[in-house]
Design a binder for this molecule. Sequence first.
Ligand SMILES: Cc1cc2nc3c(=O)[nH]c(=O)nc-3n(C[C@H](O)[C@H](O)[C@H](O)COP(=O)(O)OP(=O)(O)OC[C@H]3O[C@@H](n4cnc5c(N)ncnc54)[C@H](O)[C@@H]3O)c2cc1C
Length: 147
Amino acid sequence: MDPIILTKGNIGWSIAKWTFSRTNTTAYLSVIIHANDMFSKNNLEKDVNDLACKLWQEWKSHISENTNLDLLLLPKQASYLKGHRWRYAKVSKIPDKGHMRTNTKHNIALAGDWLAGPRIECAWISGRDAANSLLGRPYYSDITKNN
Ligand SMILES: Cc1cc2nc3c(=O)[nH]c(=O)nc-3n(C[C@H](O)[C@H](O)[C@H](O)COP(=O)(O)OP(=O)(O)OC[C@H]3O[C@@H](n4cnc5c(N)ncnc54)[C@H](O)[C@@H]3O)c2cc1C
């Protein structure tokens, strides 16, 4: 079954995926909901688990309007519902590349997502850049930009 991806209202992004028990007699629905920037900013200090309930209710109301998922298939209570506050999730300004990131004399280089952006790919690219800078090769991110 295809995952259900939904972006609406206070929900900046969400994905719902089904998994099935070995005997195929039980289906489990796992849902990840990201609040959008405005909602997160306005509710940053509020109780994350109350917010999780709110977003879960909102997700269900959008889902019933926008997909053919029958909500009656779901149990009344989610078996696990947890909110998570991730205060610095989105890097809005990355450090200037002009600043030193590598010291070849001491064979040390900086790496980490904060050097390039908020995603795992950014962490990977920054690690690759750090290795290349120590090996005296061009930065991977510069190569990809030119292609
Ligand atoms: C809840 C959450 C959900 C996420 N979801 C996604 C997603 O869906 N997709 C996506 O692309 N990205 C996602 N990310 C972002 C992604 O996880 C990060 O961009 C990525 O892990 C950053 O990698 P990194 O190597 O830069 O840093 P980290 O993965 O943070 O690694 C840094 C490491 O350094 C260690 N460390 C720190 N200080 C020291 C010290 N003094 N000495 C020794 N070790 C130290 C830490 O223990 C850690 O292991 C998510 C992040 C979080 C928190």
